[in-house]
Design a protein around this ligand. Structure first.
Ligand code: BG6
Length: 487
Protein backbone atom coordinates (compact mmCIF):
# COMPACT_ATOMS: atom_id res chain seq x y z
CA UNK A 1 0.00 0.00 0.00
CA UNK A 2 1.44 3.28 -1.05
CA UNK A 3 0.24 6.29 0.85
CA UNK A 4 1.76 9.42 -0.71
CA UNK A 5 4.43 11.15 1.37
CA UNK A 6 2.27 14.18 1.97
CA UNK A 7 -0.77 12.13 3.03
CA UNK A 8 -2.65 13.96 5.76
CA UNK A 9 -3.09 11.65 8.75
CA UNK A 10 -5.11 13.30 11.45
CA UNK A 11 -8.37 13.37 13.34
CA UNK A 12 -11.69 15.20 13.18
CA UNK A 13 -13.95 17.11 15.54
CA UNK A 14 -16.63 19.78 15.44
CA UNK A 15 -16.91 22.87 17.60
CA UNK A 16 -20.47 22.11 18.65
CA UNK A 17 -19.59 18.65 19.95
CA UNK A 18 -16.15 19.43 21.32
CA UNK A 19 -15.45 23.07 22.04
CA UNK A 20 -17.67 23.97 25.02
CA UNK A 21 -17.14 27.38 26.63
CA UNK A 22 -20.59 28.28 25.37
CA UNK A 23 -20.93 31.38 27.57
CA UNK A 24 -17.34 32.56 27.41
CA UNK A 25 -15.24 34.83 25.24
CA UNK A 26 -18.26 36.73 23.97
CA UNK A 27 -19.80 33.71 22.23
CA UNK A 28 -23.49 33.96 21.41
CA UNK A 29 -25.95 31.10 21.75
CA UNK A 30 -26.19 28.56 18.96
CA UNK A 31 -29.27 26.59 18.00
CA UNK A 32 -27.68 23.34 19.25
CA UNK A 33 -27.30 24.77 22.74
CA UNK A 34 -30.91 23.73 23.30
CA UNK A 35 -30.70 20.04 22.46
CA UNK A 36 -30.79 17.95 25.62
CA UNK A 37 -28.95 14.74 26.27
CA UNK A 38 -31.53 11.93 26.37
CA UNK A 39 -32.01 9.74 29.39
CA UNK A 40 -31.17 6.03 29.08
CA UNK A 41 -34.90 5.29 28.77
CA UNK A 42 -35.56 7.93 26.09
CA UNK A 43 -32.61 6.68 24.10
CA UNK A 44 -34.30 3.31 23.60
CA UNK A 45 -37.39 4.77 21.98
CA UNK A 46 -36.24 7.99 20.32
CA UNK A 47 -34.41 7.34 17.03
CA UNK A 48 -32.28 10.48 17.27
CA UNK A 49 -32.04 14.01 18.62
CA UNK A 50 -31.61 15.35 15.11
CA UNK A 51 -34.88 17.19 15.12
CA UNK A 52 -36.21 19.63 17.59
CA UNK A 53 -39.77 20.92 17.59
CA UNK A 54 -40.53 24.53 18.36
CA UNK A 55 -42.61 23.40 21.29
CA UNK A 56 -39.73 21.36 22.77
CA UNK A 57 -37.33 24.22 22.16
CA UNK A 58 -39.57 26.71 23.98
CA UNK A 59 -40.01 24.35 26.91
CA UNK A 60 -36.25 23.98 27.24
CA UNK A 61 -35.63 27.69 26.82
CA UNK A 62 -38.07 28.43 29.65
CA UNK A 63 -36.55 25.86 32.03
CA UNK A 64 -32.93 25.61 30.97
CA UNK A 65 -31.72 24.50 34.40
CA UNK A 66 -33.81 21.36 34.29
CA UNK A 67 -32.10 20.02 31.19
CA UNK A 68 -28.76 18.40 30.53
CA UNK A 69 -27.56 20.49 27.59
CA UNK A 70 -24.49 18.54 26.58
CA UNK A 71 -23.44 20.56 23.54
CA UNK A 72 -22.81 23.56 25.75
CA UNK A 73 -20.00 21.68 27.45
CA UNK A 74 -18.67 19.58 24.58
CA UNK A 75 -15.49 18.13 26.02
CA UNK A 76 -13.91 21.48 26.74
CA UNK A 77 -11.50 22.14 23.90
CA UNK A 78 -12.00 25.82 24.70
CA UNK A 79 -9.97 25.56 27.89
CA UNK A 80 -7.79 22.56 27.06
CA UNK A 81 -6.79 23.08 23.45
CA UNK A 82 -3.07 23.29 24.28
CA UNK A 83 -3.11 19.99 26.13
CA UNK A 84 -5.18 18.35 23.39
CA UNK A 85 -3.05 19.62 20.53
CA UNK A 86 0.05 18.37 22.33
CA UNK A 87 -1.58 14.93 22.45
CA UNK A 88 -2.45 15.11 18.75
CA UNK A 89 1.18 16.02 18.04
CA UNK A 90 2.35 13.10 20.17
CA UNK A 91 0.22 10.82 18.00
CA UNK A 92 1.93 12.28 14.94
CA UNK A 93 -1.05 14.09 13.39
CA UNK A 94 -0.23 15.89 10.16
CA UNK A 95 -3.59 17.62 10.16
CA UNK A 96 -6.49 18.33 12.46
CA UNK A 97 -10.06 18.82 11.27
CA UNK A 98 -12.06 21.23 13.39
CA UNK A 99 -14.90 23.62 12.82
CA UNK A 100 -15.30 27.25 13.75
CA UNK A 101 -18.19 28.16 16.01
CA UNK A 102 -20.14 30.73 14.01
CA UNK A 103 -21.81 32.19 17.14
CA UNK A 104 -18.38 32.63 18.71
CA UNK A 105 -17.43 34.98 15.89
CA UNK A 106 -20.86 36.47 15.24
CA UNK A 107 -22.98 36.09 18.38
CA UNK A 108 -26.24 36.85 16.58
CA UNK A 109 -25.00 36.33 13.04
CA UNK A 110 -25.89 39.91 12.13
CA UNK A 111 -23.08 41.97 13.64
CA UNK A 112 -21.16 44.14 11.19
CA UNK A 113 -17.84 43.08 12.71
CA UNK A 114 -16.74 39.82 14.31
CA UNK A 115 -16.16 39.33 18.02
CA UNK A 116 -12.43 40.09 18.54
CA UNK A 117 -12.11 37.56 21.35
CA UNK A 118 -13.44 34.84 19.07
CA UNK A 119 -11.07 35.87 16.29
CA UNK A 120 -8.17 35.74 18.74
CA UNK A 121 -9.18 32.33 20.07
CA UNK A 122 -8.91 30.66 16.67
CA UNK A 123 -5.64 32.46 15.90
CA UNK A 124 -4.29 30.99 19.12
CA UNK A 125 -5.54 27.53 18.18
CA UNK A 126 -4.00 27.72 14.69
CA UNK A 127 -0.70 29.01 16.15
CA UNK A 128 -0.65 26.10 18.54
CA UNK A 129 -1.28 23.62 15.71
CA UNK A 130 1.44 25.16 13.55
CA UNK A 131 3.86 25.01 16.47
CA UNK A 132 3.74 21.22 15.96
CA UNK A 133 3.52 21.32 12.17
CA UNK A 134 -0.14 20.27 12.20
CA UNK A 135 -2.22 21.55 9.30
CA UNK A 136 -5.69 22.76 10.29
CA UNK A 137 -8.55 21.51 8.08
CA UNK A 138 -11.44 23.84 8.83
CA UNK A 139 -15.15 23.28 8.39
CA UNK A 140 -16.93 26.61 8.26
CA UNK A 141 -20.20 25.24 9.55
CA UNK A 142 -20.77 21.94 11.28
CA UNK A 143 -24.32 21.89 12.65
CA UNK A 144 -24.06 25.26 14.35
CA UNK A 145 -25.71 28.54 13.59
CA UNK A 146 -26.39 31.54 15.78
CA UNK A 147 -29.68 30.95 17.59
CA UNK A 148 -30.88 34.40 16.59
CA UNK A 149 -30.89 33.37 12.91
CA UNK A 150 -33.05 30.38 13.75
CA UNK A 151 -35.52 32.37 15.81
CA UNK A 152 -35.73 35.48 13.67
CA UNK A 153 -35.58 33.94 10.19
CA UNK A 154 -36.16 30.21 10.62
CA UNK A 155 -32.51 29.55 9.89
CA UNK A 156 -31.58 28.62 6.35
CA UNK A 157 -35.11 29.04 5.08
CA UNK A 158 -34.28 32.72 4.74
CA UNK A 159 -31.86 34.50 2.47
CA UNK A 160 -30.90 36.56 5.50
CA UNK A 161 -29.05 33.50 6.77
CA UNK A 162 -27.44 32.99 3.38
CA UNK A 163 -26.18 36.58 3.43
CA UNK A 164 -25.03 36.28 7.05
CA UNK A 165 -23.09 33.08 6.26
CA UNK A 166 -21.38 34.70 3.26
CA UNK A 167 -20.24 37.58 5.46
CA UNK A 168 -18.99 35.14 8.08
CA UNK A 169 -17.20 32.96 5.52
CA UNK A 170 -15.51 36.00 3.96
CA UNK A 171 -14.24 37.02 7.39
CA UNK A 172 -12.83 33.52 7.89
CA UNK A 173 -11.00 33.58 4.58
CA UNK A 174 -9.73 37.15 5.02
CA UNK A 175 -8.58 36.53 8.56
CA UNK A 176 -7.16 33.01 8.45
CA UNK A 177 -6.03 32.35 4.88
CA UNK A 178 -2.39 32.34 5.97
CA UNK A 179 -3.12 29.83 8.73
CA UNK A 180 -5.48 27.45 6.98
CA UNK A 181 -5.02 25.85 3.58
CA UNK A 182 -7.90 23.35 3.58
CA UNK A 183 -11.47 24.61 3.97
CA UNK A 184 -14.82 22.84 3.88
CA UNK A 185 -17.84 25.08 3.39
CA UNK A 186 -20.43 22.77 5.01
CA UNK A 187 -20.35 19.59 7.00
CA UNK A 188 -22.58 16.91 5.41
CA UNK A 189 -24.72 19.26 3.36
CA UNK A 190 -27.12 16.39 2.64
CA UNK A 191 -28.21 16.32 6.30
CA UNK A 192 -30.45 19.36 5.92
CA UNK A 193 -33.14 17.26 4.31
CA UNK A 194 -32.83 14.42 6.89
CA UNK A 195 -32.27 16.51 9.96
CA UNK A 196 -33.75 19.94 9.28
CA UNK A 197 -33.17 21.31 12.75
CA UNK A 198 -29.55 20.43 13.19
CA UNK A 199 -28.60 20.80 9.52
CA UNK A 200 -30.65 23.85 8.65
CA UNK A 201 -31.57 25.50 11.95
CA UNK A 202 -35.18 24.99 10.86
CA UNK A 203 -38.41 24.62 12.74
CA UNK A 204 -40.30 23.11 9.83
CA UNK A 205 -43.62 23.80 11.55
CA UNK A 206 -42.86 27.53 11.39
CA UNK A 207 -42.30 27.60 7.68
CA UNK A 208 -43.70 30.22 5.33
CA UNK A 209 -43.55 27.65 2.55
CA UNK A 210 -46.36 25.37 1.49
CA UNK A 211 -45.00 22.26 3.21
CA UNK A 212 -42.14 20.94 5.30
CA UNK A 213 -40.29 19.51 2.28
CA UNK A 214 -40.31 22.88 0.59
CA UNK A 215 -38.91 24.45 3.74
CA UNK A 216 -36.00 21.99 3.81
CA UNK A 217 -35.25 22.25 0.11
CA UNK A 218 -35.40 26.03 0.19
CA UNK A 219 -32.88 25.93 3.01
CA UNK A 220 -30.70 23.54 1.07
CA UNK A 221 -30.81 25.76 -2.00
CA UNK A 222 -29.60 28.66 0.13
CA UNK A 223 -26.77 26.50 1.45
CA UNK A 224 -25.70 25.53 -2.06
CA UNK A 225 -25.63 29.17 -3.12
CA UNK A 226 -23.75 30.15 0.04
CA UNK A 227 -21.22 27.40 -0.56
CA UNK A 228 -20.74 28.37 -4.21
CA UNK A 229 -20.26 32.06 -3.41
CA UNK A 230 -17.74 31.14 -0.73
CA UNK A 231 -15.82 28.86 -3.08
CA UNK A 232 -15.64 31.66 -5.63
CA UNK A 233 -14.53 34.18 -3.02
CA UNK A 234 -11.84 31.77 -1.85
CA UNK A 235 -10.54 31.24 -5.37
CA UNK A 236 -10.46 34.98 -6.01
CA UNK A 237 -8.92 36.13 -2.74
CA UNK A 238 -7.00 33.15 -1.40
CA UNK A 239 -5.81 31.15 -4.41
CA UNK A 240 -3.27 29.29 -2.29
CA UNK A 241 -6.14 27.64 -0.38
CA UNK A 242 -8.13 24.54 -1.32
CA UNK A 243 -11.83 24.50 -0.66
CA UNK A 244 -14.27 21.60 -0.71
CA UNK A 245 -17.77 20.55 0.24
CA UNK A 246 -18.70 17.51 2.26
CA UNK A 247 -21.47 14.95 2.12
CA UNK A 248 -22.34 12.01 4.27
CA UNK A 249 -21.59 9.36 1.66
CA UNK A 250 -23.89 6.40 1.54
CA UNK A 251 -22.76 3.72 -0.85
CA UNK A 252 -25.89 1.77 -1.77
CA UNK A 253 -26.03 -1.96 -2.51
CA UNK A 254 -28.89 -3.76 -4.24
CA UNK A 255 -30.27 -6.54 -2.06
CA UNK A 256 -30.20 -9.00 -4.98
CA UNK A 257 -29.38 -8.96 -8.68
CA UNK A 258 -33.06 -8.50 -9.43
CA UNK A 259 -33.01 -5.53 -11.83
CA UNK A 260 -35.63 -3.79 -9.69
CA UNK A 261 -33.35 -3.93 -6.67
CA UNK A 262 -30.50 -2.67 -8.81
CA UNK A 263 -32.63 0.18 -10.13
CA UNK A 264 -33.58 1.24 -6.63
CA UNK A 265 -29.91 1.11 -5.58
CA UNK A 266 -28.95 3.22 -8.58
CA UNK A 267 -31.62 5.80 -7.80
CA UNK A 268 -30.66 6.09 -4.13
CA UNK A 269 -27.00 6.30 -5.04
CA UNK A 270 -27.62 9.02 -7.62
CA UNK A 271 -29.62 10.90 -5.05
CA UNK A 272 -26.80 10.82 -2.53
CA UNK A 273 -24.36 12.01 -5.21
CA UNK A 274 -26.64 14.75 -6.40
CA UNK A 275 -25.69 16.84 -3.34
CA UNK A 276 -22.09 16.82 -4.50
CA UNK A 277 -22.98 17.27 -8.15
CA UNK A 278 -24.08 20.84 -7.50
CA UNK A 279 -20.72 21.84 -6.08
CA UNK A 280 -18.52 19.70 -8.32
CA UNK A 281 -20.35 20.37 -11.59
CA UNK A 282 -21.82 23.76 -10.93
CA UNK A 283 -25.50 22.93 -11.46
CA UNK A 284 -28.35 20.88 -10.07
CA UNK A 285 -28.43 17.35 -11.46
CA UNK A 286 -31.46 16.08 -13.33
CA UNK A 287 -31.99 13.66 -10.46
CA UNK A 288 -32.39 16.51 -8.01
CA UNK A 289 -34.58 18.55 -10.34
CA UNK A 290 -36.88 15.56 -10.92
CA UNK A 291 -37.07 14.89 -7.19
CA UNK A 292 -38.15 18.46 -6.54
CA UNK A 293 -40.74 18.33 -9.33
CA UNK A 294 -42.18 14.97 -8.36
CA UNK A 295 -42.53 15.78 -4.69
CA UNK A 296 -44.45 19.02 -4.96
CA UNK A 297 -41.49 20.97 -3.60
CA UNK A 298 -41.46 24.67 -4.12
CA UNK A 299 -38.04 26.33 -4.15
CA UNK A 300 -37.57 29.97 -5.01
CA UNK A 301 -34.36 30.72 -6.86
CA UNK A 302 -33.42 34.32 -7.28
CA UNK A 303 -31.87 35.76 -10.35
CA UNK A 304 -28.19 35.17 -10.11
CA UNK A 305 -28.41 31.94 -8.09
CA UNK A 306 -27.88 29.70 -11.10
CA UNK A 307 -24.99 31.92 -12.15
CA UNK A 308 -23.49 31.70 -8.66
CA UNK A 309 -23.67 27.91 -8.75
CA UNK A 310 -22.13 27.78 -12.19
CA UNK A 311 -19.30 30.14 -11.31
CA UNK A 312 -17.71 27.91 -8.68
CA UNK A 313 -16.24 24.41 -8.56
CA UNK A 314 -14.85 22.81 -5.45
CA UNK A 315 -11.19 21.76 -5.36
CA UNK A 316 -11.75 18.51 -3.51
CA UNK A 317 -14.53 16.28 -2.28
CA UNK A 318 -14.88 15.71 1.45
CA UNK A 319 -16.83 12.74 2.77
CA UNK A 320 -17.85 11.09 5.96
CA UNK A 321 -18.05 7.35 5.58
CA UNK A 322 -19.47 5.11 8.26
CA UNK A 323 -21.47 2.40 6.52
CA UNK A 324 -23.13 1.10 3.38
CA UNK A 325 -26.86 0.62 2.87
CA UNK A 326 -28.80 -2.22 1.28
CA UNK A 327 -32.06 -1.54 -0.52
CA UNK A 328 -34.77 -3.52 -2.22
CA UNK A 329 -36.93 -2.56 -5.20
CA UNK A 330 -39.87 -4.11 -3.44
CA UNK A 331 -41.26 -1.72 -0.83
CA UNK A 332 -42.80 -4.65 1.03
CA UNK A 333 -39.29 -6.00 1.69
CA UNK A 334 -38.02 -2.73 3.08
CA UNK A 335 -37.62 -3.56 6.75
CA UNK A 336 -34.78 -1.33 7.79
CA UNK A 337 -32.60 -2.02 10.79
CA UNK A 338 -34.02 0.91 12.66
CA UNK A 339 -35.70 4.26 12.41
CA UNK A 340 -32.34 5.98 12.18
CA UNK A 341 -30.23 3.51 10.22
CA UNK A 342 -32.65 2.75 7.42
CA UNK A 343 -30.72 -0.01 5.66
CA UNK A 344 -31.79 -3.61 5.24
CA UNK A 345 -29.67 -6.16 7.08
CA UNK A 346 -26.57 -7.09 5.08
CA UNK A 347 -25.82 -10.72 6.03
CA UNK A 348 -22.13 -10.26 5.19
CA UNK A 349 -21.54 -7.45 7.65
CA UNK A 350 -21.36 -7.12 11.40
CA UNK A 351 -23.08 -4.33 13.28
CA UNK A 352 -21.87 -1.97 15.97
CA UNK A 353 -23.83 -1.72 19.21
CA UNK A 354 -25.70 1.17 17.58
CA UNK A 355 -26.62 -1.05 14.61
CA UNK A 356 -24.24 0.66 12.21
CA UNK A 357 -22.99 -1.90 9.63
CA UNK A 358 -19.20 -2.24 9.45
CA UNK A 359 -17.99 -2.33 5.85
CA UNK A 360 -14.35 -1.48 5.15
CA UNK A 361 -14.49 -2.73 1.54
CA UNK A 362 -17.41 -0.36 1.01
CA UNK A 363 -14.98 2.49 1.62
CA UNK A 364 -12.74 1.30 -1.23
CA UNK A 365 -15.78 0.94 -3.47
CA UNK A 366 -17.07 4.40 -2.64
CA UNK A 367 -13.68 6.08 -3.09
CA UNK A 368 -13.42 4.53 -6.54
CA UNK A 369 -16.92 5.57 -7.44
CA UNK A 370 -16.46 9.18 -6.30
CA UNK A 371 -13.17 9.52 -8.14
CA UNK A 372 -14.61 8.01 -11.32
CA UNK A 373 -17.46 10.47 -11.16
CA UNK A 374 -15.64 13.73 -10.47
CA UNK A 375 -11.92 13.11 -10.93
CA UNK A 376 -11.34 15.30 -7.88
CA UNK A 377 -9.10 14.46 -4.93
CA UNK A 378 -10.96 13.13 -1.91
CA UNK A 379 -10.48 13.79 1.76
CA UNK A 380 -12.04 11.26 4.15
CA UNK A 381 -12.86 13.66 6.92
CA UNK A 382 -14.90 11.26 9.04
CA UNK A 383 -14.84 7.54 9.64
CA UNK A 384 -14.70 5.67 12.91
CA UNK A 385 -16.16 3.31 15.42
CA UNK A 386 -18.53 4.54 18.10
CA UNK A 387 -18.38 2.23 21.10
CA UNK A 388 -18.78 2.12 24.85
CA UNK A 389 -15.31 2.11 26.40
CA UNK A 390 -14.38 0.57 29.71
CA UNK A 391 -11.73 2.14 31.89
CA UNK A 392 -9.62 -0.33 33.85
CA UNK A 393 -7.07 0.39 36.52
CA UNK A 394 -3.71 -1.32 35.94
CA UNK A 395 -0.58 -0.54 37.98
CA UNK A 396 -2.33 2.55 39.26
CA UNK A 397 -2.90 3.82 35.68
CA UNK A 398 -6.19 4.20 33.85
CA UNK A 399 -6.22 2.13 30.67
CA UNK A 400 -8.71 1.62 27.89
CA UNK A 401 -8.23 -1.52 25.82
CA UNK A 402 -10.14 -0.61 22.66
CA UNK A 403 -9.06 -3.41 20.30
CA UNK A 404 -12.47 -3.23 18.57
CA UNK A 405 -11.69 0.35 17.49
CA UNK A 406 -8.21 -0.60 16.29
CA UNK A 407 -9.70 -3.47 14.27
CA UNK A 408 -12.25 -1.17 12.69
CA UNK A 409 -9.76 1.54 11.78
CA UNK A 410 -7.10 -0.89 10.59
CA UNK A 411 -9.49 -2.56 8.17
CA UNK A 412 -10.69 0.78 6.84
CA UNK A 413 -7.18 2.18 6.42
CA UNK A 414 -6.21 -0.96 4.51
CA UNK A 415 -9.02 -0.25 2.09
CA UNK A 416 -7.99 3.40 1.74
CA UNK A 417 -4.55 2.09 0.78
CA UNK A 418 -6.13 -0.32 -1.70
CA UNK A 419 -8.15 2.52 -3.22
CA UNK A 420 -4.96 4.56 -3.59
CA UNK A 421 -3.40 1.58 -5.35
CA UNK A 422 -6.50 1.49 -7.57
CA UNK A 423 -5.49 5.00 -8.66
CA UNK A 424 -7.78 7.10 -6.48
CA UNK A 425 -6.33 10.40 -5.28
CA UNK A 426 -6.90 10.53 -1.53
CA UNK A 427 -5.60 13.60 0.30
CA UNK A 428 -6.02 12.50 3.87
CA UNK A 429 -7.83 10.55 6.52
CA UNK A 430 -9.18 12.11 9.69
CA UNK A 431 -11.01 9.60 11.90
CA UNK A 432 -14.02 11.08 13.60
CA UNK A 433 -13.96 12.13 17.22
CA UNK A 434 -10.23 11.56 17.59
CA UNK A 435 -10.78 12.70 21.15
CA UNK A 436 -14.04 11.73 22.86
CA UNK A 437 -16.81 14.25 22.31
CA UNK A 438 -20.60 14.45 22.43
CA UNK A 439 -22.10 12.03 19.92
CA UNK A 440 -24.56 13.61 17.51
CA UNK A 441 -27.34 11.14 16.79
CA UNK A 442 -28.41 10.77 20.41
CA UNK A 443 -26.49 13.58 22.14
CA UNK A 444 -24.59 11.27 24.46
CA UNK A 445 -21.07 10.73 25.78
CA UNK A 446 -21.46 6.94 26.04
CA UNK A 447 -20.84 6.48 22.33
CA UNK A 448 -17.16 7.24 22.02
CA UNK A 449 -14.87 7.41 19.01
CA UNK A 450 -11.62 8.79 20.41
CA UNK A 451 -8.02 7.71 20.61
CA UNK A 452 -8.09 9.90 23.70
CA UNK A 453 -10.55 9.14 26.48
CA UNK A 454 -12.25 12.07 28.21
CA UNK A 455 -13.45 11.45 31.73
CA UNK A 456 -17.01 12.76 31.38
CA UNK A 457 -20.31 10.90 31.41
CA UNK A 458 -23.72 11.50 29.85
CA UNK A 459 -24.76 13.66 32.78
CA UNK A 460 -21.71 15.85 32.23
CA UNK A 461 -20.11 14.59 35.46
CA UNK A 462 -16.39 13.87 35.54
CA UNK A 463 -13.00 15.54 35.68
CA UNK A 464 -12.73 15.95 31.88
CA UNK A 465 -9.17 14.68 32.24
CA UNK A 466 -7.65 13.03 29.18
CA UNK A 467 -6.26 9.46 28.96
CA UNK A 468 -4.53 7.66 26.11
CA UNK A 469 -6.43 4.59 24.89
CA UNK A 470 -4.61 1.59 23.34
CA UNK A 471 -5.71 2.95 19.96
CA UNK A 472 -3.67 6.11 20.68
CA UNK A 473 -0.41 4.15 20.58
CA UNK A 474 -1.58 2.13 17.60
CA UNK A 475 -2.48 5.24 15.56
CA UNK A 476 0.83 6.82 16.53
CA UNK A 477 2.56 3.97 14.67
CA UNK A 478 0.25 4.38 11.70
CA UNK A 479 1.09 8.09 11.42
CA UNK A 480 4.81 7.56 12.01
CA UNK A 481 5.05 4.84 9.37
CA UNK A 482 2.81 6.68 6.88
CA UNK A 483 0.35 3.80 6.95
CA UNK A 484 2.94 1.06 6.48
CA UNK A 485 2.64 -0.28 10.03
CA UNK A 486 -0.99 -1.14 10.77
CA UNK A 487 -0.07 -3.39 13.67
C1 BG6 B 1 -21.43 12.55 11.24
C2 BG6 B 1 -21.42 13.94 11.81
O1 BG6 B 1 -22.56 12.34 10.51
O2 BG6 B 1 -21.45 11.49 12.12
C3 BG6 B 1 -20.80 14.05 13.19
O3 BG6 B 1 -20.79 14.85 10.95
C4 BG6 B 1 -21.26 12.87 14.03
O4 BG6 B 1 -21.16 15.28 13.73
C5 BG6 B 1 -20.76 11.60 13.36
O5 BG6 B 1 -20.86 12.93 15.36
C6 BG6 B 1 -21.00 10.32 14.13
O6 BG6 B 1 -22.33 10.21 14.51
P1 BG6 B 1 -22.73 9.91 16.00
O7 BG6 B 1 -24.18 10.01 16.04
O8 BG6 B 1 -22.25 8.54 16.28
O9 BG6 B 1 -22.05 10.94 16.83
Amino acid sequence: MSFPNDFLWGGATSSVQYEGGFDQGGRGLGHMDFIPCLTEEQRKTQPSTFNQSLEAFERIQAHEDEYNLAYRRGTDFYHRYKEDIALFAEMGFKCFRMSISWPRLFPTGEEALPNPEGIRFYHDVFDELHKYGIEPVVTMIHYEIPLHLTLAYNGWESRKTLEAYCRYARVLLDEYQDDVTYWITFNEINMTTHAPFIGGGLFVEKTQKKNAQSCMWQALHHQFVASARTVRYCHETAPQCKIGLMINRQEIYAQTCNPLDELRALKDDQFNFSFLDVAARGAYSNVMLSFVRENDIDVIMEEGDVRDLAAARIDFVAISYYMTWVVSGDEAKQEPLGAFVRTLRNPYLELSEWDWPIDPVGLRITLNRIYDRYGLPIMIVENGFGARDEVVLEDGEKRIHDDYRIDYLRSHIQEVGNAIDDGVEVLGYTPWGCIDLVSASKTEMSKRYGFIYVDADDAGEGTYDRFRKDSFYWYQKVCESNGADLG
